[in-house]
Design a protein around this ligand. Structure first.
Ligand code: IMP
Ligand code: MG
Length: 176
């Protein structure tokens, strides 16, 4: 049986790191327009905190993708269930992800958005699991690198459970 394990990153540490990312991104885009593209569902909590940690005006839009379904396995097949509401031509896009694992999702998203002629595309992820990478992804902003463990909380789920938790927890195998 799979159960909720210990806290891997506390709400306090998440807050501190997200504030720092917000400052860094605000500095980098001070003289440019910026569109945050949040990847649903997992990134909505991170995005909400990140944009409030920024000191520049930003626009926000969402792309809904699913690659996992109910299992914790990566899939090369990415399903888009919600596209952006607005065109992105001429805009500076920052893709905001919860976690980059195999890299398939982010790689797919970059290719999807590139053909729409944005001014630029950068990638921001709260968590990075480099040990799991199967396609290279050039990450511009990363909250934390984590080992090859499955995590939930702070927007992230397993089978839609645990998104509401304020800390990031590890999932563990439980006996019985
Ligand atoms: P990738 O395509 O394998 O890089 O996976 C990307 C997506 O899988 C992420 O945006 C998450 O939604 C999900 N994912 C990957 N690892 C985890 C995890 O440890 N916990 C929860 N979701 C995960
Ligand atoms: Mg997910």
């Amino acid at each position: 049986m799979i159960g909720l394990g210990e806290v891997l990153i506390s709400a306090k540490d998440l807050k501190k790191r997200v504030q720092a990312l917000g400052r860094e991104i605000s500095g980098d885009y001070e003289k440019h327009n910026l569109l945050l593209v949040g990847i649903l569902k997992g990134a909505f909590v991170f995005l909400a905190d990140l944009m409030r940690a920024m000191s520049i005006p930003v626009q926000v839009d969402f792309l809904g993708v699913a690659s996992y379904g109910k299992e914790s396995e990566s899939s090369e097949e990415v399903k888009v269930f919600k596209d952006l509401n607005e065109p992105v031509a001429g805009k500076n896009i920052l893709i905001v992800e919860d976690i980059i694992d195999s890299g398939f999702t982010t790689d797919y998203l970059v290719r999807l958005l590139e053909v729409r002629s944005p001014a630029s595309i950068r990638i921001c992820t709260l968590l990075d699991k480099p040990a799991r990478r199967r396609v290279p992804v050039a990450i511009d902003y990363c909250g934390f690198e984590i080992p090859d463990v499955f995590v939930v909380g702070y927007g992230m789920d397993i089978g839609e459970a645990h998104r509401h938790l304020p800390d990031v927890h590890q999932l563990i195998e439980k006996k019985g």
